[in-house]
Design a protein around this ligand. Structure first.
Ligand SMILES: Nc1ncnc2c1ncn2[C@@H]1O[C@H](CSCC[C@H]([NH3+])C(=O)O)[C@@H](O)[C@H]1O
Length: 369
């Protein structure tokens, strides 16, 4: 009798092969899957550029291909056949739903995933996806093996690829700077919400807070909105704060965290230390320790705590971030708890807490006593 496959059946085993051959074939399947993994990412990028999710969202109901195509901006003669193939793979990945209308036409609707790639909304990952797929951001990955062979002393993959470090590049290429900052701003909206709800009393006692490497102030603006009593400083490189919009309760300060950071009751650092080597982090953390009160101060780090065997919802993404850092930064890496302990021991933070929140990174509080 023929086996009937439901949507949830495990993949078909191979017919007429020995256990050994099956093992080998399954290995082949795995390599094909990883080899082609980039196609999902670029398909998503195209869907975001075409604003397909926004079009469906605007109509508030599932749409046919021709309705979607007719609403794509700057597309006088859209190729509906190509769009259909893109949508087919996106439906397979559950980025969109597909159902048949009474007339037999396929109608595409939003899913829980497509809501995160809307562009006309604040809670979106679309800018981050556009950044991750930009050639300036992506191409350094092709220099990883050279760097493994020759060592980072001869240049990071990013430097080998572009002739400049990443944060020099944001100063040199206006579009990359914009994409980078927009990518950070979008996660700066998503992550602080999880920080605020998962770190309930963490900000209560704080009168003044500096966001070190705060970009253009997105994270801090969310925190200050939830805790308006806080006097906040957004601290970043001068060319970054120069493009920051004004926010009530926030002063933008340009400077270099390797030289010094402004004084405050507490320091907030989201996705900073993972950009840097242990030596660099030690410098930053020492400057942070000098900037906060010895008895009551704390540093609130929002970063990954990598679990090599972790099987939590965001575990895999933590490892993917580690690969991106490997390509982009001279010493940037995601850190295990043991790696964090080492940094705190070297910089005079004898006590720390790891607080898991409903987000990709965790909160790591470090105290000077
Ligand atoms: N030497 C430096 N001093 C201050 N900020 C820096 C320095 N080098 C890099 N940065 C900033 O570090 C930030 C890292 S990206 C993280 C931005 C932000 N905390 C967020 O999570 O959204 C960028 O905004 C850089 O401009």
């Amino acid at each position: 009798m023929e086996t009937v496959l439901s949507k949830h059946s495990p993949p078909l085993a191979f017919k007429g092969v020995s256990k050994e051959e099956e093992e080998s074939l399954l290995g082949q399947v795995e390599i094909w899957r990883y080899m082609c993994a980039f196609t999902d990412s670029v398909a998503l990028k195209s869907i975001i550029e075409l604003r397909v999710a926004d079009i469906i969202d605007r109509f508030g109901k599932p749409l046919s291909l021709s309705q979607i195509a007719a609403n794509i901006e700057d597309a006088p003669s859209p190729d509906v056949k190509l769009l259909e193939r893109l949508m087919r793979v996106m439906v397979r990945r559950k980025i969109f739903s597909a159902e048949k209308s009474e007339s037999g036409e396929t109608l595409y609707g939003l899913t829980r995933a497509s809501k995160w790639i809307l562009r006309d909304t604040k809670m979106t990952l679309a800018p981050m996806l556009l950044l991750e797929n930009h050639p300036i951001h992506l191409n350094p990955a092709h220099y990883i093996s050279d760097t493994v062979r020759e060592g980072k002393e001869n240049g990071t993959p990013f430097l080998r690829c572009h002739g400049h470090d990443q944060f020099e590049m944001t100063g040199l290429d206006e579009e990359y700077n914009r994409l980078f900052n927009e990518g950070m701003v979008c996660t700066a909206r998503i992550v602080p919400r999880a920080v605020i709800s998962g770190y309930k009393d963490g900000f209560n006692q704080i009168e003044s807070l500096v966001d070190v490497g705060g970009g253009i102030g997105g994270s801090l603006s969310e925190i200050v909105r939830a805790y308006p009593h806080i006097k906040a400083i957004n601290f970043d490189l001068p060319h970054v704060v120069a493009t920051a919009p004004p926010y009530d309760g926030i002063t933008h300060v340009g400077g270099d965290m390797f030289v010094s950071v402004p004084n405050a009751d507490a320091i907030y650092m989201k996705w900073i230390l993972h950009d840097w080597s242990d030596e660099h982090c030690i410098k930053i953390l020492k400057n942070c320790r000098e900037a906060i009160p010895e008895k009551t101060g704390k540093v609130i780090i929002v970063d990954h705590v990598l679990q090599p065997e972790g099987n939590e919802p965001f575990s895999d993404t933590g490892h993917a971030f580690d690969m991106m850092l490997l390509a982009h930064n001279s010493g940037g890496k995601e850190r295990t708890e043991e790696n964090w302990q080492y940094l705190f021991k070297e910089t005079g933070f004898p006590r720390y807490n790891i607080i898991k929140i409903n987000a990709l990174p965790s909160i790591i509080e470090a105290f000077p006593i």
